[in-house]
Design a protein around this ligand. Structure first.
Ligand SMILES: C[S@@+](CC[C@H](N)C(=O)[O-])C[C@H]1O[C@@H](n2cnc3c(N)ncnc32)[C@H](O)[C@@H]1O
Length: 585
């Protein structure tokens, strides 16, 4: 099954659905004590941390969710697992128990391939031999769900049998259809399962839509559905029978994060709506691996079957060593991933910077070869992200002089990441979310550096206005009906034009003293002419570039993430001076 466009949508950034409430939802284990179990919003820090497994932000959240917690046996699951440790996240199990409670009254349970219209994919997920970790976890999870339900009903668990087909199928429905719910700062705090309006949307590596979670207080109602269910073969629209309203309507379960689908490309009437289930900045092999390990399907979208590979996929895989074999690439990948993992687990930022920059600068030695990474290779992108973070961490530990240098390098890596990804975005517009985040990150770290250098930074910021590109006005304008793709392209050109004159000087200032950043300028050159350096006042130029990056990232983010998002508010706080004020933090 799939969803198709019910009408042509020419603009981008248009809501294709009204806000959808979940059928089931649950916080991840590590957020149970920091976020509201009903609306998922962060809780104020508690001076006397509770050990209670569920906390709420308001009496209404508590009264809507806590009865469900008890009646779904989620509470009993907690007790059961404290005596019978379970290897995995319990959010899947809690969401499955809530779904089971919700659907029991609607579903005859004659077959388990679809439950309330949602695909369980259980044959694929449970296929294979006994030592498959994935299917074993589902079987163990189903058993834990059954034990919790028996405990709730006062039945001794000595009656536990070997097979729990219903629990298994519902858990498979959760694995197949649940989405990760992000909080305001982009962390995955939990999962939610929605009805078919969301769950029938298939994956593509070049999707035409995305989804966004609404802040608990926002409305956004009144929008009609611009998408409709269809069968996969022949794209025939499906007429749902009157008693299947349950499939598309919101449910009697209250609370939980609400989601909206938006288009990020123009869509013709009848065209399939697709979203991304995986990180689109990965090359084909990694995307396929990720989709297989999480969902057990092989993607055959246009991007995956393109021969030769699409420009973006070629860039993401490009090495400068033509004759390198797979083992060499595997070793290089392992080396870079190990350096990143070591940094993330041990926080040794200095050693990580050395390892990554040495590989980026001098290449990776394997047998007789030196394998060099192109700046657009996905490993380089991962390295830049890590280096931006590692230099930021180092800037906090160093003396003032060194701290400034570390801040410069951190800003330079953020900027490099944005510039390199921007070039990919120009040929694959579905990368809008990544590129927007990278420009915002670059703007943020450049302004952080500017604040460090200029005592009058905030007053300069308040009087900032670029008459040439008018990005502030574009950022503030209302995109109620989206933006035309041509307008987005024009805004991108305007933005690049506007910073081209000052960019070389800022870049040179940022990278001074860093061997790798000083030589990587060739790839930056493709977008902006770094060689030609005009005179000017460095500190003001930093502000100029920083604010432009933030606003441009913000304009893109308004398109896919909505104008009332936390990040939009955060950008406003940074651009108009001060910090992210009044954004609910
Ligand atoms: C959330 S459901 C999407 C709706 C689903 N097609 C249905 O009939 O209910 C996710 C499942 O759909 C299938 N699917 C989604 N995108 C796919 C794709 N690009 N290629 C193959 N199968 C896909 C996979 O079986 C996946 O586990």
């Amino acid at each position: 099954m799939e969803m198709v466009a019910a009408a042509e949508v020419e603009s981008i950034g248009v809501n294709l659905t009204p806000p959808l409430s979940p059928l089931s939802y649950s916080l991840h284990d590590s957020f149970l004590l920091s976020h509201c179990a009903s609306c998922f919003s962060p809780l104020p820090p508690d001076p006397h941390p509770s050990l209670h497994p569920l906390l709420y932000c308001s009496p209404s959240c508590s009264s809507s969710h806590s009865p469900l917690h008890l009646s779904s046996a989620s509470h009993h699951l907690h007790i059961h697992l404290s005596q019978n440790p379970y290897d995995g996240q319990t959010s899947d199990l809690r969401a499955a128990l809530l779904l089971l409670l919700q659907i029991k009254s609607h579903h005859p349970f004659k077959q388990y391939d679809r439950i309330c219209g949602l695909m369980s994919n259980r044959h694929q997920l449970l296929m294979s031999n006994h030592d498959d970790e994935f299917s074993t976890r589902i079987k163990n999870g189903a058993r834990a769900m059954a034990a919790a339900t028996m405990m709730r009903d006062g039945i001794s668990d000595s009656n536990l049998s070997e097979e729990y087909l219903l629990e298994e199928a519902v858990l498979c429905v959760v694995v197949t259809n649940a989405v990760e719910v992000q909080d305001r700062v982009g962390r995955s705090v939990g999962i939610a399962v929605y009805n078919i309006s969301f769950s029938w949307i298939n994956h593509s590596c070049s999707p035409n839509a995305c989804y966004l979670f609404l802040p608990p207080e926002s409305h956004g109602d009144g929008q009609r559905f611009l998408i409709t269910p269809a069968s996969s073969n022949g794209r025939q629209p499906i007429q749902l029978s009157p008693n299947s309203q349950f499939l598309t309507e919101s449910t009697e379960i209250h609370g939980g994060p609400r989601v909206v689908i938006r288009n990020i490309k123009p869509i013709k009437k009848g065209a399939q709506i697709t979203i991304a289930y995986t990180d689109l900045l990965q090359p084909k092999e990694l995307r396929q691996l990720d989709l297989w390990s999480k969902y057990r399907f092989t993607c055959c979208c246009n991007r995956c079957i393109a021969v030769p590979p699409t420009h973006v996929d070629q860039c993401l895989q490009t090495l400068t060593t033509a004759s390198c074999n797979d083992v060499g690439i595997e070793n290089l990948t392992e080396y870079i991933n190990d350096a990143i993992d070591e940094y993330l687990s041990s926080n040794n930022a200095e050693s990580c910077c050395k390892k990554l920059e040495n590989t980026l600068l001098n290449g990776f030695h394997y047998e007789q070869l030196i394998i060099r990474l192109n700046p657009q290779n996905h490993l380089s992108l991962n390295a830049y992200t890590t280096l931006a973070s590692a230099y930021k961490v180092r800037s906090m530990d160093e003396n003032l002089l060194h701290s400034k240098k570390m801040k410069r390098f951190s800003a330079a890596y953020s900027l490099l990441l944005a510039v390199v990804t921007h070039k990919l975005f120009l040929s694959e517009s579905c990368l809008i979310a990544s590129v927007s985040n990278f420009w915002i990150g670059a703007g943020e770290s450049i302004l952080d550096l500017a604040r460090n250098i200029m005592s009058d930074c905030d007053s300069e910021l308040q009087s900032f206005n670029c008459l040439k590109c008018g990005l502030i006005d574009v950022f503030e304008s209302d995109f109620v009906n989206g933006q035309s793709p041509k307008r987005v392209l024009d805004i991108s050109k305007m933005f690049i034009n506007c910073i081209t004159d000052v960019f070389p000087k800022v870049w040179k200032f940022l990278v001074h003293g860093n061997s790798y950043l000083e030589v990587v300028k060739d790839s930056i050159d493709l977008l902006m002419n770094v060689k030609e350096i005009k005179g000017g006042e460095e500190r003001v130029e930093l502000l100029w570039v920083g604010v432009h990056c933030l606003l441009y990232g913000g304009v893109l983010m308004n398109i896919f993430g909505g104008k009332d998002s936390h990040l939009s508010c955060y950008i406003r706080g940074l651009v108009y001076g001060g910090d992210a004020k009044d954004c609910g933090e």
